[in-house]
Design a protein around this ligand. Sequence first.
Ligand SMILES: *[C@@H]1O[C@H](CO)[C@@H](O)[C@H](O)[C@H]1NC(C)=O
Length: 141
Amino acid sequence: MLNIRQFLLLLWSFLQRWNLGCGFFWLLFCRGEDKVMQPPEDVVAAEGDTVTLDCTFQTTDPSPYLFWYKQDGTSRPQFILSRVKGDKGKTEDEFKERFSSTLNSTMKSAPLKIQELQLSDSAVYYCALRPTVTGSSRSAH
Ligand SMILES: *[C@@H]1O[C@H](CO)[C@@H](O)[C@H](O)[C@H]1NC(C)=O
């Protein structure tokens, strides 16, 4: 694409540990048959673009919670939003303007849409699942 905009690399690399059973979020988000699939891929986009990061899941829970986290460098994952059905859920204030997601129960997906990309969006994004049946309200940190 021919433009003068600064290109940014949106790293959306998907740690092996998710494939191996959700790694350090295991206790919180991975029980039994529940599974989250996020393609291991780097997304390269230009500033100002809109990107959609895929996330599909498997669960027997009829109304699962999906979470999106952002991890920048070595810092702890930062909560972006949660979705339970459709647009229902919570979105952190600092992400409200440009980040959105809709949970589609039929497709079992909750893609994260980021609009008007900024250089500061360059990070690793994680999708996580928490079945509501656990009934636990422990927080991640
Ligand atoms: C889920 O996705 C399918 C296929 O894209 C679409 O037909 C359906 O309307 C979506 N459902 C919701 C609730 O958005």
